[in-house]
Design a protein around this ligand. Structure first.
Ligand code: NAP
Length: 289
């Protein structure tokens, strides 16, 4: 079993680290809000570090899941950052949804000190993290580094795949989010149409979810959407952060994202009506009277 470190014990990171502890790895953890780290250690064992650097000093592989690019920068770089403690031969795995640019920057910094790096954003939400059923999209400049960490992240992965060099995992997550934006809006319009047409939306979903209209969003969100239940799941503010990353990347690679841009504006309207922490399926709330 490996000596592992985990930085960022939030909604996603906390359960991911728990699966690693359950798999009998020796764990050292850090969380900015120390009470969360104390509670985690009390429940799952292991050691609590006072800085990300201390986590890295005690670990062969450090995994992390924080908020955005700035958060990633603040825990990776600097005197108390992960790279200040990671020894030659160590590996850093970043599960944060962030830009491909920062993934490449960290990969270069890791290489300079003889360490490996994998960008490994996830899909599957809180439930996927809790149940160990995440889909993990990976990028690394060194396939052997991915091969080394794959059995470790298998503790919470339904599927993981190396998609190319550093940043490729983040690029694949952007593809994932572009898909979801369109599907969530389409499903919102369809369910709203069904209700206005006098159909029972649950009955309609029951039958059409066995046909070509089927989707994860339909299977997992349609029933709560028609009941206006949004206080769970993947927050609109996270989705807007992710779509912002997609737009930045598209401005570099020339991809057209007209529908995604429109859905992002709809999400801004959801925020304006108080829904920044609502699940992304709350797009339907704009359509109901
Ligand atoms: P979260 O519950 O807010 O957790 C964020 C974690 O990062 C917390 O432990 C937080 O520490 C830490 N953190 C944030 N900024 C930091 C900083 N500057 N320095 C040190 N620690 C910092 O968020 P989450 O839902 O787990 O999401 C984490 C990442 O996963 C995001 O990139 C998100 O887009 C992605 N993601 C989320 C979901 C989902 O369904 N939630 C699904 C797929 C991907 P504190 O406890 O001190 O705040």
């Amino acid at each position: 079993m490996a000596r592992l470190g985990y930085v960022g014990l939030g909604i996603m990171g906390g359960p991911m680290a728990r699966h690693l502890a359950t798999a009998q790895h020796s764990m050292t953890v850090y969380n900015r809000t120390t009470e969360k780290a104390d509670a985690w250690v009390e429940q799952h064992g292991g050691a609590r570090a006072l800085t990300p650097r201390e986590v890295a000093q005690a670990s062969d592989v450090v995994l992390m899941c924080v908020g955005n690019d700035d958060d990633v920068r603040s825990v990776v770089f600097g005197a108390d950052g992960i790279l200040a403690g990671l020894k030659t031969g160590g590996v850093l795995v970043d599960h944060t949804t962030a830009s491909a640019t920062i993934a490449r920057e960290i990969a270069d910094a890791c290489a300079k000190q003889g360490c490996g790096f994998v960008d490994a954003p996830v899909s599957g939400g809180q439930a996927g993290a809790e149940n160990g059923q995440l889909t993990i999209m990976c990028g690394s400049n060194d396939p052997a580094t991915f091969d080394a960490i794959e059995p470790i992240i298998a503790a919470y992965a339904k599927r993981s795949k190396l998609l190319g060099t550093a940043g490729s995992g983040q690029l694949a997550k952007m593809v994932n989010q572009i898909c979801i934006a369109g599907i969530a809006q389409g499903l919102s319009e369809a369910l709203n149409f069904a209700m206005r047409a006098g159909l029972d939306p649950d009955d309609v979903v029951d039958v059409i979810s066995t046909g070509a209209a089927q989707s994860w969003q339909m299977e997992n969100r349609a029933k709560t959407m028609v009941r206006n239940e949004f206080e769970f799941g993947f927050a609109v503010e996270w989705m807007r952060k992710d779509l912002g990353i997609c737009f930045d990347e598209a401005s570099r690679n020339g991809a057209q994202l007209p529908m995604t841009e429109m859905v992002d504006k709809f999400y801004a309207e959801v925020v304006a009506i108080g829904g920044k922490r609502w699940d992304t399926s709350s797009l339907i709330a704009r359509l109901t009277d």
